[in-house]
Design a protein around this ligand. Structure first.
Ligand code: FES
Length: 228
């Protein structure tokens, strides 16, 4: 596992009014879309747990970290980072039409994947009920309710959802009778990760078709076939 330092350069509010932080860090520390870093303030003895950080936007020499973040973090603070950790999104080479679906209150954690897809000249459509920042006009924005129709258009689906939403995923995708989605895909599942990715506490367990997997070690991005 790699260790780095990052400095908080700036804070901003996302469209939901939550704080994002721009972290200036070495390029090697940048998380791939869907991966995470564990961050903590070495000077703060009261911060017992590291905070998992996901990128909302990748920069050349840092990244904007998506909410939620500790309220004590302010510009100028130097953080210790571990990572990048976990399995991120992996787009197959033959994907041309990418559907992104944010089931929660923010689409931020899917936007680095959208950045990557646009660089590869893919068609990108985003399905969400969340408030959005200004996005490139080449990203088509759709209501979440249109997601079932998108499965016939897309040749890959990337979902961001919480562990509590896993049970309702089939319904959101409009699937019935236990049938799998019409296109392949992956899902980034949010879960609390109190032991910081060591696999020791089990709190990040995600229900899958055959048992459980750990978001911190087996994910946090899972193939949709984990549920079908
Ligand atoms: S965070 Fe403790 S097992 Fe995953």
């Amino acid at each position: 596992m790699h260790a780095y330092q990052a400095r908080i350069g700036e804070l901003r509010l996302d469209p939901a009014g939550q704080v994002q932080a721009r972290l200036d860090c070495p390029p090697a520390a940048l998380p791939a879309p869907g991966q995470y870093l564990l961050a903590y303030d070495p000077q703060d003895a009261s911060a017992a747990l590291a905070t998992p950080l996901f990128a909302a936007e990748l920069l050349a020499d840092g990244f904007w970290a998506a909410a939620p973040l500790p309220p004590a973090w302010q510009p100028g603070l130097v953080l210790a980072l571990r990572g990048p950790l976990g399995k991120g999104f992996a787009l197959p080479g033959d994907v041309r039409r990418l559907a992104l679906a944010a089931l929660g209150g923010s689409a931020a954690r899917l936007l680095p994947l959208a950045q990557q897809a646009l660089r590869q000249d893919l068609s990108v459509a985003l399905f969400t009920a969340a408030a959005l920042p200004r996005l490139p006009s080449s990203i088509e924005i759709n209501p979440l309710g249109m997601l079932p129709e998108a499965l016939a258009w897309a040749d890959f689906l990337a979902v961001d959802l919480s562990v509590e939403q896993v049970e309702s995923l089939a319904g959101v995708l409009g699937l019935q009778g236990g049938l799998p989605p019409a296109c392949p895909g992956q899902a980034l599942v949010s879960a609390a990760m109190p032991c910081g990715g060591s696999g020791g506490c089990g709190a990040c367990a995600i229900p899958v078709r055959r048992g459980w997997k750990l978001a911190c070690q087996d994910g946090p991005v899972f193939d949709l076939r984990a549920w079908w």
